[in-house]
Design a protein around this ligand. Structure first.
Ligand SMILES: C[S@@+](CC[C@H](N)C(=O)[O-])C[C@H]1O[C@@H](n2cnc3c(N)ncnc32)[C@H](O)[C@@H]1O
Ligand SMILES: [Zn+2]
Length: 385
């Protein structure tokens, strides 16, 4: 998608409707902003990519002095109407333009933005937030959200396999294989049931938005040696993200798009594998994952998965897989735990008992002393009488 097409796509209010109907998304922003009103009170805020102005109104409600609502597409006119409808025309200043091209009369205390795309990085809007941060945010300013994490885990994709084996008694595997061929060409956006994840998730990348640079997100690579935590069929790699917001007193709010949480409009992203591999509890699953910003279009990432032979890669130090080398290492760890940690705990317990004995002896001595003292005082009193 070229930049022109990108902003044109946001002129379709259907897209904004989809985002504004995403309850977990809206709630995370509202809670993080409204639960931290003291951070917003009388502050200057920049809303990068304000769209219809929803986040700008939340900031104004939280007491912001000025909100610069910057929006490149024509939808900025709705942001102006929304500000008026909510009686914040004097607080919200809508600026039509790319945040990279505009000027502001002052530095801002807070940047608010909903920049996340599918698998976090699609759309490349984070680059615009980074540029806005570097140009407009005060040195001790805050970002809402302030960090983001991308995760991956191997998964099954029943909608591309099992379903087609028996559609009302008709076997449709030939169609299923064509659908898979099509799906394996680019990542699929789909709701993945948490039961279809085959292992614990691994962090692909954690981004501290106060520090991350455009260079940091050009290319992201990770190796995951996962261990199947159930029997199933390994058919794809599932990606999802979480974002965390700053907070003063309350628990920081996290917006999560993981399969276990309520679905969001981002759903999950699945990279469909060309093969269908059966796994059982303890089977190691190894892959390299790389996300590279396309040199032709920075709004797109080229995602590649390389399936690896688990025999040929290094496993985590304490790996729960069923390969002999990992079973042996685990046995060594367990033996060490029993012998040394067990001894240390016993020593500690023994030490505690001895300490207790010492303490009770000290207490007894102290009580004896007290008694002696009392007797002495009684004797003294008696003596004075
Ligand atoms: C994901 S939408 C979020 C809209 C709104 N903030 C909300 O939460 O409902 C992103 C918006 O940012 C705008 N946008 C993206 N990049 C921008 C840039 N560099 N400068 C200004 N607006 C931008 C898009 O046109 C789109 O309306
Ligand atoms: Zn292993």
């Amino acid at each position: 998608m070229e930049t022109g097409d990108y902003f044109e796509s946001y002129e379709d209010i259907g897209i904004h409707k989809l985002m504004l109907e995403d309850a977990p998304r809206n709630k995370a922003y509202r809670e993080s902003i409204h639960d931290n009103k003291e951070l917003f009170k009388d502050k200057v805020v920049l809303d990068v990519g304000a769209g219809t102005g929803f986040l700008s109104v939340l900031c104004a409600q939280a007491g912001a002095k000025t909100v610069y609502a910057v929006e490149a597409s024509n939808v900025y006119t709705i942001a102006e109407e929304l500000a008026a409808e909510n009686n914040f025309s004097s607080v919200i200043k809508v600026v039509n333009g790319r945040v990279e091209d505009i000027e502001l009369p002052e530095k801002v205390d807070i940047i608010v933005s909903e920049w996340m795309g599918f698998y976090l990085l699609h759309e490349g809007m984070l680059n615009s937030v980074i540029e806005a941060r570097d140009r407009f945010l005060k040195p001790d300013g805050l970002l809402f959200p302030e960090s983001a994490t991308l995760y991956s885990a191997p998964c099954s994709i029943p909608s591309l396999y099992g379903y087609w084996q028996d559609v009302q008694g008709v076997s449709m595997n030939c169609l299923a294989s064509k659908l898979r061929e099509q799906a394996s060409k680019k990542p699929v956006t789909e709701i993945v049931a948490s039961d279809d994840l085959l292992s614990d998730a691994e962090v692909v990348v954690w981004l501290d938005l106060r520090e991350v640079t455009c260079d940091d997100i050009k290319s992201i690579e990770m190796r995951h040696v996962a261990v199947a935590n159930k029997e199933g069929r390994y058919q794809g790699i599932c990606l999802w993200f979480t974002c965390t917001f700053p907070s003063v007193q309350t628990e920081p709010v996290t917006l999560s798009t993981e399969p276990e949480e309520l679905p969001t409009h981002w759903k999950q992203t699945v990279i469909v594998l060309p093969t269908d591999v059966p796994v059982e509890l303890g089977t190691p699953i190894a892959y390299d994952l790389s996300l590279k910003q396309s040199p032709e279009n920075c709004r797109r990432y080229i995602i590649e998965v390389t399936m690896l032979d688990p025999e040929e890669v290094e496993h985590p130090e304490y790996c729960l897989c069923h390969m002999t080398k990992c079973i042996l290492v685990r046995a060594m760890f367990e033996k060490y735990d029993k012998e040394y940690v067990g001894d240390a705990e016993r020593d500690k317990e023994k030490g505690d008992d001895e300490k207790e004995d010492e303490e009770s002896t000290e207490k007894e001595n102290a009580m004896n002393l007290e008694e002696e003292k009392e007797n002495c005082e009684v004797d003294n009193d008696g003596g004075e009488d």
